[in-house]
Design a protein around this ligand. Structure first.
Ligand code: ADP
Length: 385
């Protein structure tokens, strides 16, 4: 065995039902040794039968790149798990009981947790090191009761663990701290609204580092308009679609999760493609863009009221970090609230965390790249020592 502990990398795994995203990195420095994606797991003709086979593909690729995990062994494996339910408010070292509980939480996240379980099982078999689960919901487990409680009968809510859980928590937490670092101000002093805008989208209100509200709910379907997800709709829509369109509950779930959002409105789900259509004058693309912006403003306004004013508005994730037009749209007309961007700074291309509001603006508007893998690696390393 060679290398001191902090030269040994952490492997971060994000298992989907037919994909496995991996990153091998050093949590102290953030240095990425390798990253990649194995796709089409379990599909006929892909040659990758299951998640065990996907790990084999990964280690073959690593060896190809001169990384032999037998020579420089892993420190630990950090697993991204979407739903921690009412049980997990912190990362945990995975033992059989924890794994059973994550499996049971599949009732709350049928689209996500089963894949995480399969990924964990395959990785535990292969790597005899501590495995840690980092939950997407954990950061929001401290939401105040008035924000996490749905106004449905309390006995029903208690029996079925119904509450607002929130998702993308690892990202919101990381970005909240990174924003404080960027501004050189203590996290404890800041009231932040954070907009995580990727394929999935969520907003959070953060006071002094603690999340006090977030737009996703019991499931990752609530809130902002996303690539293929509707976000907020009238809760009566389900009953209406069942009665009027004759759709089953599963069909309604599929429509709202996979065929709605930007895709449902414009025919494309990728934001770059939406922007191309916008530029060519496509009316559906225009409406989709306007609906996305309107919904984001709705939440910015709500969180301003909940926080009693904000110090910083933060854009992150693929769309938030890169779309000049979306940031311009969201901040347009908010000057009276102290929110405005400098046109040139907003348009400047950069991979770095940066401020895009004018110098004396009341509210700082910032673009802060998220890094969920690094956050997971750090939380994993902290836990296993
Ligand atoms: P995920 O939620 O899958 O992690 P990302 O955070 O990577 O997603 O965000 C993906 C989204 O970011 C896609 O809709 C993509 O079109 C968008 N995106 C990436 N780069 C740009 C860009 N330069 N301009 C506009 N949108 C972009």
């Amino acid at each position: 065995m060679s290398g001191s502990t902090n030269e040994r990398p952490v492997l971060v795994l994000n298992a989907g039902s037919s994909s496995l995203k991996y990153q091998l990195l050093l949590p102290e420095t953030g240095e990425v040794r390798a990253r990649g994606l194995v796709e089409r797991i379990g599909e006929s003709g892909s040659g990758v039968a299951d998640h065990s086979a996907a790990l084999e593909v990964m280690s073959t690729r690593l060896r190809h790149d001169g990384i032999d995990l037998d020579e420089v062994p892993l420190r630990a494996v950090g697993h991204r798990v979407v739903h921690g339910g009412p049980d997990f408010s912190e990362p945990v070292v995975i033992d059989d009981a924890v794994l059973d509980r994550i499996r049971e939480l599949s009732t709350l996240a049928p689209l996500h947790n089963p894949a995480a379980v399969i990924g964990i099982e395959a990785a535990r078999e292969r790597y005899d090191v501590p495995h840690v689960a980092v939950f997407d919901t954990a950061y929001f487990s401290s939401l105040p009761a008035e924000a996490s409680t749905y106004a449905v009968p309390r006995d029903l809510a208690a029996k079925h663990s119904i509450r607002r859980y929130g998702f993308h928590g690892t990202s919101h937490q990381y970005v909240a701290q990174a924003t404080a670092d960027l501004l050189g101000r203590p996290l404890g002093d800041l009231r932040q609204v954070i907009l995580h805008l990727g394929n999935g989208c969520s907003a959070s209100a953060v006071r002094g580092g603690r999340a006090v509200d977030t737009s996703m709910g019991l499931t990752p379907l609530q809130g902002l308009v996303m690539g293929t997800r509707s976000g907020d709709v009238d809760p009566g829509l389900h009953a209406y679609l069942a009665r009027e369109a004759g759709l089953s509950l599963d069909e309604i779930d599929t429509v709202l999760n996979k065929r709605s959002g930007v895709l449902g409105l414009s025919g494309v789900n990728d934001f770059r493609q939406l922007e191309q259509r916008l530029a060519s004058g496509d009316a559906d693309a225009r409406l989709a863009f306007d609906v996305v912006v309107h919904r984001i403003k709705h939440y910015v306004g709500a969180y301003l009221a909940i926080l009693g004013g904000i110090d910083v508005l933060v854009f992150t994730a693929g769309v938030g970090e890169n779309s000049i037009s979306l940031r311009a749209g969201v901040t347009e007309g908010l000057e009276e609230l102290g929110i405005t961007v400098d046109r040139a700074q907003n348009a400047a291309r950069s991979q770095q965390a940066r401020v895009i509001s004018p110098e004396r603006a009341k509210v700082v508007v910032a673009v802060v790249p998220t890094n969920e893998e690094l956050a997971i690696a750090r939380q994993t390393a902290d836990l296993v020592g």
